[in-house]
Design a protein around this ligand. Structure first.
Ligand code: IMP
Length: 197
């Protein structure tokens, strides 16, 4: 059986990815299985570049197929910010609450109809001695003026998904997965890997 290494130490992400790839004939490992591996900085200007750099590093060090993702929120009125800086919008090590507060502050004069945004997710798969693949998916919504809902993480309580009439934090995880940037990208990667194996 082939091994795939997920370039993440984040157990939430790893289990989400494992759930979607679980029925493929793959031995799924994560960075926790390679504690000595040093990851490169995520300094690319776009999600695809960051995902690829991470997957290349992991495939290069382990000799196994590697999968890496990079995601974030692009707000139209902010010219696509916070974008690749989504996790550290309010500063290095800033938590979700601080990031959400800063987002609301930056959008305080922007009327509802102009608060459009997209979550974006890029996933790279690197096959040692083979090809590199990158898929990117997005999900459009609107940034509310105050948070709603208890579920999810990151900017979910501010991200209103119109077709569901709810924020991502108000949707159950399965419902979010069906329409989210990450869910859509992972389903494409699943098809890609199924074709490779
Ligand atoms: P990374 O993909 O681990 O670099 O995370 C990027 C950041 O984007 C996260 O820390 C969140 O702030 C934000 N983000 C990415 N995907 C989501 C999502 O599905 N919901 C809410 N926030 C997200």
């Amino acid at each position: 059986m082939k091994t795939i290494v997920l370039a993440t130490g984040n157990s939430h992400k790893a289990s989400e990815i494992k759930a979607l790839l679980g029925d493929l004939p793959l031995d799924i490992k994560t960075l926790r299985d390679y504690p000595a591996l040093v990851m490169p900085p995520e300094d690319s200007p776009d999600f695809a570049g960051n995902a690829l750099v991470k997957a290349e590093a992991v495939a290069g060090s382990t000799g196994e197929i590697a999968l890496a993702d990079d995601s974030g929120l692009a707000v139209d009125a902010l010219g696509g910010r916070p974008g690749v800086f989504s996790a550290r919008f309010a500063g290095e090590g800033a938590g979700d609450e601080a990031n959400n507060r800063l987002l609301l502050r930056e959008l305080k004069d922007i009327p509802p109809e102009k608060r459009t945004a997209a979550f974006i997710c890029a996933i790279a798969v690197v096959v040692p001695g083979g090809k590199n693949y990158v898929v990117e998916e997005s999900c459009r919504g609107k940034i509310l003026e105050s948070p709603r809902g208890e579920g999810g993480f990151g900017y979910d309580p501010l991200f209103y998904y119109e077709p569901a009439g709810a924020t991502f934090a108000e949707m159950d995880p399965g419902e979010k997965n069906k329409v989210s940037h990450r869910g859509k990208a992972l389903r494409r990667v699943r098809e890609l890997l199924a074709g490779l194996l």
